[in-house]
Ligand binder design. Structure first.
Ligand code: NAP
Length: 301
């Protein structure tokens, strides 16, 4: 059942392009919703819990955009809700120009110690959620012979950092899926794009740290290593880039006639990809592990 909240939604759509964004209650999703509304899109801002729509609604009102943004309840792990949301958009607007698969979460820890239920949860949200959302809108985009499907992937979709195995696996899956989908959909005029942010200041870090902290145990053979990963991650989070940059980039991508497949964003992403491409893997892993060893030294009492 689709729950809607937009008292001031105008009837009809006045020919505006339509964008659908998942995970729009916070972080990139919220900022992308505002950015696309500023670009003249009718934005369907989907979120797991509509009672968290307050900040987006406030920012939309401050920017004079409230008539352009409609909030929907949608958990990307709920297949029926996804189909209902797609039917609603198709029935109401008869078009969808942009789908932004943004909703995501990060499960951390060392691979041996992460229970299978957590692996499944990670893949269910970050990967199967993306597949289900995309499939729900593909028939319409194929028939209308245009559209952009933007995946908010990550630098973790290009490089598997230690302590983030489930997250990296989910984003690598999104990357492979998107390469196949791009080639299947280009003949229909639909562009699939991977946005690959490095570290940006959003809530995903604190949510992930809470999860990792709960895994810390002195009896674990990984405790020293995980403490170093956590410390390194805290440092990265503190120096992370402004998430508005990602929203701006998405704003440019939706207006581009022929967007590229990949957009790595942020200072860390470019450097990591360059390092992984140019250096022999043995050197690369030595540099990474040496950095973590330095952090482990600093965490020692
Ligand atoms: N921030 C970074 O440094 C960074 C870097 C690379 C990639 N990314 C990616 O960027 C995307 C957005 O994350 P963010 O950084 O903006 O963090 P965020 O503020 O935590 O946003 C994540 C959003 O996804 C939603 N979400 C989580 N599980 C969901 C579900 N089952 N169904 C629907 N929505 C769900 C969250 O809703 P709730 O609040 O209800 O949980 C939240 O609105 C993610 O895909 C993430 O992997 C982030």
């Amino acid at each position: 059942m689709v729950q809607r909240r937009d008292e001031r939604l105008e009837s009809g759509n006045g020919g505006r392009p339509v964008a659908f964004i998942t995970g729009a209650s916070s972080g990139f999703g919220l900022l992308i919703a505002l950015e696309l509304a500023r670009k003249g899109y009718r934005v369907i801002a989907a979120m797991r819990d509509i009672s968290n729509s307050g900040l987006l609604t406030l920012r939309a009102r401050e920017g004079g955009l409230e008539g352009l943004i409609e909030c929907l309840t949608l958990d990307v792990t709920d297949r029926q809700a996804i189909q209902d949301a797609a039917n609603y958009v198709i029935g109401t607007y008869e078009r969808v120009d942009v789908l932004v698969n943004n909703a995501g979460m990060a499960i951390g820890g060392c691979i041996e110690e992460i229970p299978m239920d957590d692996w499944e949860k990670q893949m269910e949200v970050n990967f199967f959620g993306v597949v289900a959302m995309t499939r729900a809108f593909l028939p319409l985009m194929r028939e209308q012979r245009h559209g952009k499907i933007i995946m908010i992937s990550s630098i973790s979709g290009r490089m598997g950092f230690p302590g983030y195995g489930p997250y990296a696996a989910s984003k690598f899956a999104v990357e492979g899926f998107s390469e196949s989908l791009r080639l299947e959909m280009l003949p229909f005029g639909v562009h699939v794009v991977l946005v690959e942010p490095g570290a940006y200041r959003t809530d995903i870090w604190s949510k992930g740290f809470r999860h990792m902290d709960s895994r810390q145990s002195e009896r674990s053979p990984y405790s020293r290593f995980l403490a170093a990963v956590l410390r390194y991650s805290h440092h990265t989070a503190q120096n992370a880039d402004d998430p508005q940059d990602v929203a701006r980039a998405v704003g440019r991508i939706v207006l581009s006639q022929y967007p590229r497949l990949r957009y790595p964003l942020g200072k860390g992403a470019a450097l990591t990809i360059l390092g992984k491409t140019m250096l022999p893997w043995k050197w690369f892993e030595r540099i990474l592990l040496r950095e973590l060893e330095k952090e482990a030294g600093r965490t020692e009492p």
